[in-house]
Design a protein around this ligand. Structure first.
Ligand code: KG4
Ligand code: ZN
Length: 336
């Protein structure tokens, strides 16, 4: 079979990224232009600024990705782009750009759900066999998803309020740590006692695979406020370590509950929070005991990137599941 070259484009939030991936596995080039510094001074992503930054960086990022892969437009087999969920203005830059390029190059356009893309980062890491249980933990989503095959998945659980990453970001902000909060919490937690504060672990109804992080987040904010009112100073490292432990405990317990309900032998981690060292280590220890394989992407492939979009695009290309030229950005796109 001929080699298949897919250009993947990601602009759903604050990363402008393009990558060329061969046969869904091999990254030939990968460019990520991050806007984190720009948004840091506002404590979070400012949508209007994000769209403008994507417009500025889109073309150079794509050109560099093609140049580093030593490929011309005409040598691509398809162009994959995130069309949702995400910030509408940001998504539109990628979708409009990808459509224009695919039309000009006369290659298929592949529309990718950003959440599905995160899971496909694992196919860049390892050879995987279905069925797979995916724990997707990002800034906007927290899902347990059962994958029976490519494009064949079922959402088993989702967050009913804040996403795991969102809760980490909000607690980090309250603790005076910077944005994005997840990595800051991880850093601040180093050396802190994770049992210093017993924050609640929201498990919901006995068999539920849904999540809820908003009450856990509020517990930290309440602890901080009452200490402030009493003039007591709390140790940031202990608050960070205790909250990180609470979030990880819930994520791991729910994943084990899902596994107990189905005969799945591989778990994949995906999304920005999948970069968290405590989550990786704790889940690995628990899955080893159960002889279940754990796969996670390298940290760079956990957060938003074009390579995961190209990987998801490859399998869509094989199924000839091409997007129409009318493809539009869908900011609230869900998995099912
Ligand atoms: O997947 P992602 O890059 O963007 C979305 O699609 O949302 O995820 C971003 C989220 C942020 O909430 C960030 O704080 C979190 O991932 N994150 C982490 C770590 N690195 C990024 N959370 C915990 N530990 C980390 N090392
Ligand atoms: Zn993401």
């Amino acid at each position: 079979m001929n080699d298949i070259y897919i250009l993947g484009i990601e602009t759903s939030c604050d990363e402008t990224s393009a990558a060329v991936v061969r046969n869904g596995r091999e990254i030939l080039s990968h460019i990520i232009s991050s806007q984190v510094r720009t948004h840091q001074k506002y404590g979070g992503v400012v949508p209007e600024i994000a769209s403008r930054e994507h417009s500025l960086h889109f073309e150079p990022v794509v050109q560099t990705a093609l140049k580093e892969a030593k490929l011309g437009f005409d040598e691509l087999d398809g162009i994959a782009v995130t069309y949702g969920p995400g910030l509408v203005g940001s998504l539109l830059v990628g979708v409009a750009g990808a459509k224009a390029m695919a039309y000009a190059a006369r290659v298929p356009l592949l529309g990718i759900n950003h959440l599905e893309g995160h899971v496909y980062a694992n196919f860049l890491e390892a050879k995987l066999k279905f069925p797979l249980l995916a724990l997707l933990v990002s800034g906007g989503h927290t899902n347990l998803i059962l994958f029976q095959g490519h494009g064949d998945f079922k959402v088993l659980g989702r967050t009913r309020d804040d996403a795991a990453g969102e809760a980490l970001d909000k607690v980090a902000r309250a603790l005076g740590l910077g944005y994005p909060g997840g990595p800051q919490i991880q850093q601040a937690a180093a050396g802190g006692n994770p049992r210093a504060f017993e924050f609640p672990r929201a498990m919901l109804e006995p068999q539920s695979l849904d999540f809820s992080f908003s009450g856990m987040k509020s517990a930290v904010l309440n602890t901080l406020n009452s200490a402030r009112m009493k003039g007591v100073t709390l140790e940031i490292s202990e608050l960070a370590a205790s909250f990180q432990q609470a979030v990880v405990d819930v994520l791991v317990r729910k994943t084990l509950m899902a596994l107990a309900q189905m005969p799945v032998k591989t778990v994949v981690l995906a999304g920005g929070v999948a970069a968290n060292a405590l989550l990786r280590q704790t889940l690995k220890e628990e899955l080893d005991k159960r002889e279940v394989r754990l796969v996670y992407p390298k940290p760079l492939l956990c957060t938003d990137n074009g390579a995961m979009i190209a990987a998801a695009g490859y399998y869509r290309y094989l199924r000839q599941d091409f997007a129409p030229w009318t493809l539009n950005a869908v900011p609230g796109l869900s998995l099912a």
